[in-house]
Ligand binder design. Structure first.
Ligand SMILES: [Zn+2]
Length: 342
């Protein structure tokens, strides 16, 4: 009987060794967020609201997917990193408007500064925007350095409408474009792919990366739709495919297979960044496309295949749109189940 204990312990230790060998680092998924991302809000009834993040959190806890994720607090982005994608004047203007708003509020002034009818600053927007970009940058560092295979950034404000010199469409800094530039400038990557499956055209990302051959952008988007007059470039590093309203998931899958995949295979990305908007869901009234959770899972699986073939599995996925507070968390869960293998 006395011999049984060490034997059992040895067996457990061997089992743990085996577990460690087979689960790390492949399969390791990080979840980056920060409480400041909940403090940015643009007024009562605005669809890009803090409750989006709490709905995602609740869903991940209830489903148990949370147990498969390693949580990380997003640091604030360095301005030198933000300025890899944005003009210095744009960054300084947002900072100045925030300072002015905070002073006005102390004097009893309004709580928001509109930059356009949809896009408003509150006293916390600057900090939230720094944390959102910081999440994308920090997640990029972590997957390039091999700490995790992939990462999801549960962040607001979103980024893909933010142009080099302009905030618009709920977006202030272009989180994904900043991360892409960070990967090529700071880590020396030669090929970074940005994949955007938000229902809206990622005009800001296009504005920033058009002509930068180190970065390939692929997307589909509902057209005609917002943003009207967003930059539409014919630069050779862009494959942005307009689709009509009411396009269903099966047609989107065919588009991905026929158009995105061959382009990604030819490009051989060393890192895949995802502009993960979930407003193409058929229950999301913000757009009129017909995707469901299984379509997001399928797209994620195809991108994971690409990442494992060419990029050592490296994927950094950043939340963009998704405004139905039931469909959004279900879709994020489906996306994360594939990323984290659960
Ligand atoms: Zn969108």
């Amino acid at each position: 009987m006395t011999l049984a204990v060490p034997t059992l312990m040895a067996a457990v230790a061997a089992c743990q060794d085996e577990h460690t060998r087979t689960t790390q680092p492949m399969g390791a998924t990080a979840y980056f967020t920060h409480p400041d991302c909940m403090r940015h809000e643009m007024g009562a009834g605005h669809p890009e609201c803090p409750e989006r993040l709490s709905a995602i959190e609740d869903r991940l806890l209830i489903s148990g997917v949370d147990l498969a994720l390693t949580r990380r607090e997003a640091p604030p982005a360095a301005l030198t990193d933000i300025e890899l994608a944005h003009g210095r004047m744009h960054v300084a203007a947002l900072r100045g408007l925030t300072d002015a708003l905070r002073e006005d509020m102390v004097a009893g002034g309004p709580t928001h500064t509109p930059l356009d009818p949809d896009t408003l600053l509150n006293a916390h927007t600057w900090d939230a925007a720094l944390r959102a970009a910081g999440a994308a940058i920090s997640a990029t560092d972590a997957v390039i350095e091999g700490e995790f295979e992939n990462a999801f950034c549960a962040i607001r404000p979103p980024g893909h409408h933010a142009c080099r010199d302009k905030a618009m469409g709920f977006c202030f800094f272009n989180n994904v474009a900043i991360a892409a530039r960070h990967a090529v400038e700071r880590h020396g990557l030669k090929r970074v792919a940005i994949v955007d499956f938000d229902v809206h055209h990622g005009n800001g990302t296009e504005d920033i990366v058009a002509g930068d051959e180190r970065i390939l952008m692929v997307s589909f988007y509902q057209h005609p739709f917002y943003p009207e007059g967003g930059s539409v470039s014919n630069a050779s590093n862009l494959l942005n495919v307009p689709v009509p309203a009411y396009t269903r998931g099966m047609d989107i899958r065919e588009l991905v297979e026929m158009m995105w995949i061959p382009r990604l295979e030819a490009f051989k990305p060393q890192l895949i960044l995802i502009s993960a908007g979930f407003d193409a869901h058929r229950e999301d009234d913000m757009g009129q496309l017909g995707l469901v959770e299984q379509d997001y899972a399928w797209i994620t699986m195809r991108l994971k295949d690409m990442a494992r073939r060419f990029a050592q599995g490296r994927i950094v996925s950043c939340l963009e749109g998704g405004y139905n507070l039931s469909a959004l968390p279900r879709s994020v869960e489906a996306h994360l189940r594939v990323l984290a293998d659960v």
